[in-house]
Design a protein around this ligand. Structure first.
Ligand SMILES: [Zn+2]
Length: 253
């Protein structure tokens, strides 16, 4: 299986999974670059997977369907009328023509209905977990997003994180403000700056590096707790309060 990053809109990645000539597209925010890839690589679209309601994740669906009518998997939500196969926590998706199924995980928080897709070691998590960061609260609660991130953090450390935006450098700048003494974080920042200077994507990342450098997955680390308390101006009790303070801090960063 090959996973191709299609750059779209301003800073979105649309992920296209290819097995032979068959492919599946995750979160097509626009159709044109996907159709371009299908044409140049002579690929046959088999399914569309959507993670959540935002237009930069589902906006290209109608145009892709006009080109090739395929099933559209996604959350059951009135905000996502294009979904033809509603899925949720525990669903398993078998796409004809592809060998391995997708597992569905409910990961509410960025939005209420947000889901993620796990296929082997590849996690397609939309706007829930980003490289060195996480999504904003645009419908769900901090407690929901905190629990969703803890759940993703418990996946095998070798899991590759295919998130939907190239936000990594901005996220790393915030992470460095939270944990200035984290040497792995400094090394990651240098590496990602070099990648971006060379015009390359910083995604996918490895869950192991997120666990070591992403402050939103480190809400029980003493240094992260201390930084969040200093910013909040009072004591914080437990990982959800620390997460909430970090998210608020990042919103203003
Ligand atoms: Zn979103």
């Amino acid at each position: 299986m090959e996973i191709v990053a299609v750059s779209a809109l301003r800073d979105n990645y649309i992920w296209v999974l290819c097995e032979g000539r068959h492919c599946v597209v995750v979160d097509p925010g626009e159709a044109a670059p996907v159709l371009g890839l299908l044409r140049t690589r002579d690929l046959e679209l088999r399914a569309i997977l959507l993670t959540h309601r935002h237009a930069d994740h589902q906006g290209g669906t109608t145009e892709l369907l006009a080109h090739t009518p395929v099933p559209v998997y996604g959350p059951v939500s009135p905000a996502m009328p294009g979904v033809t196969q509603g899925v949720g926590e525990g669903s398993e998706i078998v796409v004809p023509g592809l060998t391995m199924p997708f597992q569905v995980l409910a990961v509410p928080g960025h939005t209420e209905e947000h889901i993620a897709y796990l296929r082997g070691d590849a996690l397609f998590c939309g706007d829930t977990l980003f490289a060195a960061g996480c999504g904003r609260l645009l419908g769900g609660t901090a407690a929901q997003l905190s629990a969703s991130l803890q759940r993703l953090a418990a996946l095998p450390a070798r899991t590759r994180i295919y998130c939907a935006h190239e936000y990594t450098l901005a996220n790393l700048a915030f992470a460095a403000a939270v944990e200035p003494a984290n040497s792995q974080l400094q090394a990651r920042r240098q590496h990602c700056e070099a990648l971006r200077a060379a015009g390359q994507a910083t995604i996918p990342s490895l869950l192991a590096e997120e666990l070591a450098t992403n402050p939103f997955l480190r809400c029980t680390d003493k240094r992260v707790v201390a930084a969040a308390e200093k910013q909040a101006g009072h004591a914080l009790h437990g990982p959800v309060e620390v997460f909430t303070a970090l998210r608020k801090w990042k919103d203003q960063f």
